[in-house]
Design a protein around this ligand. Sequence first.
Ligand code: EPZ
Length: 420
Amino acid sequence: MDSFLIKGGRPLEGDVHISGAKNSVLPIMAAALLTSEKCVIRRVPDLSDVRFMGQILESLGAKVKFDGDTVTIQASEIKGVGDYELIRKMRGSICILGPLTSRLGEAMVSLPGGCVIGARPVDLHLKGLAALGAKIQINNGYVHAAARRLKGAEVFLGGRSGPTVLGTGNVMMAATLADGVTKIESAACEPEVVDLADFLNAMGARITGAGSPTITITGVQSLHGAEHEAIPDRIETATFAIAAAATQGHVTIHGSRPEHLHAVLDKLKEAGVKVARSGATLKISRHGKLKPVDVTTLPYSGFPTDVQAQMMVLMALTPGISVITERIFESRFMHVSELARLGAEIAIEGPSAIVKGGRPLSGAPVMASDLRASAALVIAGLAAGGATQVNRVYHIDRGYEKIDDKLRQLGANIQRLEGL
Ligand code: EPZ
């Protein structure tokens, strides 16, 4: 397992280019199962999760070809049962269930397990498919969904912490080939849901309202192949912006969509970070002390839960008290105890972390527990004095394309130690 060795204390300086969005590309790759024709997706980041999704589609019988940042998928002859172990390992793969059930009338997909950030049930996905007429059974670790042809219906997809992103995508994909009109209420409004709807409409689907809490899908007989460029990764953008602020650097971020990040950029400005925007370019810099701000994670367009850990590092470096409240996932504070190794003072009170910021961080060996926690530990290592070793960086490779190369281009002293 690889690790990163980081010598901190250097401001990040220079230019970085944002990759395509992992959380857009995964459901878009699954959507290619809805047609037997060729689909071409561009701006696909080179990530282990993306390659994994490719293997899952191949286990269903699809042809998948990666060429640079383009993937071509042709699902001419497919079956409704994929590789149990492969699917079980990656939560995002649950979004093959909707397309397979809709196209083939039957699908069996292994239930995704929980993960360190929460139980992460899929009850809303199944509720949505059942509302479209699918018979749902759970046996031997598999979800079995069957329906001769799905039927359009109205379905409310709000859960205990609000809408579900992949659940909205799954039901939206299933409804594209259903008989009649489907209306999803309390739909997720994330940019990744809009990007998926744009791809489906390019395939001949009839979807309106994506990006709002009410999405309407008028079913069609069949879908055709399409080409699509994925949106840039707003979480990667936020991660580099916070890394620039945490190291008192000057970074120009290229190829982003700042309009997808209002809540994050607003909080950075409130803390005193200089944020300058021109088109798809963001200039992030910091002069002098920041001030503590409180953050609560919420569904889009609120502050994203996938940026909570990175923001906590910035607040740990900022003199004063800030309160960070996690409202989406019930156990997404795994990074707190590792940040304490670097000297951060953070106390957890229920869904909130009370950050007593300002104490300089000092390097130490730390353990990554999940994708975004590992990004936070890397930022902390860049800002800390001395050397930090972040272990189990396979977590970060799941969601950040060549992050160590990109950081080195910004002047960071970071080394990948292989197979430790
Ligand atoms: C997507 O996960 C993202 N993953 C997550 O990013 C992100 O944190 C999350 O949305 C929220 O923004 C991908 O897109 C691949 P949800 P998803 O369903 O769709 C509960 C990352 O770091 N819920 O919107 O799985 C659930 O437990 C990852 O890139 C139910 O109760 O998240 C959670 O508390 C991590 N029942 C809340 O809803 C359901 O059927 C939101 O989860 C589904 C979800």
